[in-house]
Design a protein around this ligand. Sequence first.
Ligand code: HSE
Length: 291
Amino acid sequence: MSFVDGQVRVRVPATSANLGPGFDSLGLALTLFDELAVEVTDSGLEIVVDGEGAGVVPTGEDNLLFQAMSAAFDLMGETPPGLRLECTNRIPHGRGLGSSSAAIVAAIVAARALIVGGEDRLDDAAVYQLATDMEGHPDNVAPALFGGFTIAWISGAAAEVLRLEVNHDITVFVPPEPVSTNVARGLLPETVSHADASANSGRAALMVAALTQSPENLIFATEDRLHQSYRSAAMPDSYKLMQQLRVEGIPAVISGAGPTVLAFARGISDWTPEGWAVHELSIESRGAHIF
Ligand code: HSE
């Protein structure tokens, strides 16, 4: 028997990528979670979605979770006769909080847990590589899988990661409308000036130190010249809120490709624009795990 009996449940954190200067590299796991319950059935595919994306996300073979599970089963050389997925989604979609990475990572971890001896056939490095290949960028995948604060990079074709443990108070301000990552990436210029590249590399280095040992530097460390201003046209209200918070000395950035604004502080929910959601969060040290 290759498959385990009964349901496997996975909890996966939301993530925030970039953190200002760490474009496509830095990421944090946050205490906001999606949950996935899966079991092998005799035949067919049943997908039930509750919460974010319910009634909107596909529930057939074009479902992202099913595709990620199928890719993982292929790698492990197994084909389940049927599957049932129950998704409890709390990570908002299209807001820069890593919902697609969370879905991909949760699905691969769940597929692995459904196979007897799955961890021997697909270790964490293989999960990370597969999820990065599917997602396209490692900066949301890494914290979704490993938790904490992650520095992700690609070496050749290999997805690499360094994970660090950090603690900070976080507030995320989530606008009512999504912005597509493709649109946000399309706004970036082909080239940037040496001065901007140099400023960002210094700030990204400072960000690692600020997050791990000197939070008083976060306001400087979160400065960015590579992506946020270029994307402001697609998320003007987010950009304005980020700037207003920064003027007050509150380190704030655009989360991932936006349009959520992430601030390294709590007790600031009075700043929430009308119609937006606000969440006071912490940094989650656990990545996707069975519970
Ligand atoms: N680093 C990515 C971006 C995050 O900002 O486009 C979304 O994958």
